[in-house]
Design a protein around this ligand. Structure first.
Ligand SMILES: [Mg+2]
Length: 119
C-alpha cells in the first residue's frame, strides 16, 4: 500500500472519529482491545473449517472475511495515529528482522519458530 494511500485512509478515519466526537474513546488501550475483538471476529469465520474449506470460501463468506480484515486494518491505522508511529515503516522494519531471524536457506519448509531451533 503506497504511503499516501495509507495517509488518506488515516485522515478519513480521523475525520470519521472527530465528526462523531469518538476520539475521546480512542485511547491506545481501547483501540488495542477493539483490534483484538476484530481478530476474534475474523477467527470465527474459520473456526471448525477444514484446511481445504478455509482455502475455498464462498463469495459471500469471503466478503465477510474481507470486512473483518478491513476492521482490523482500520484499528491498526487508528492505533498507529494515536501512538504517532509510522505503520508502514514498522512493517518494513519487522520484515527485515524476520528475514534475519529466518534465513531462507536455514528454514525452508520448516514452520518452527526461531526459539525452537537447535543451534
Ligand atoms: Mg468486525
Amino acid at each position: 500500500m503506497p504511503k499516501d494511500r495509507l495517509e488518506r485512509l488515516n485522515q478519513r478515519l480521523l475525520r470519521f472519529a472527530r465528526e462523531r466526537d469518538w476520539e475521546q474513546f480512542h485511547s491506545p488501550k481501547n483501540l488495542a482491545m477493539a483490534l483484538a475483538g476484530e481478530c476474534g471476529e475474523l477467527l470465527e469465520h474459520f473456526q471448525w473449517l477444514s484446511e481445504e474449506q478455509s482455502a475455498s470460501l464462498a463469495p459471500e463468506k469471503k466478503k465477510e472475511v474481507a470486512f473483518e480484515m478491513a476492521d482490523i486494518l482500520i484499528y491498526l491505522i487508528r492505533l498507529s495515529e494515536r501512538l504517532n508511529l509510522d505503520l508502514l515503516d514498522a512493517v518494513e522494519a519487522k520484515i527485515a528482522i524476520n528475514e534475519q531471524r529466518y534465513p531462507a536457506h536455514r528454514v525452508r519448509g520448516d514452520a518452527r519458530r526461531a526459539s525452537e531451533y537447535e543451534d
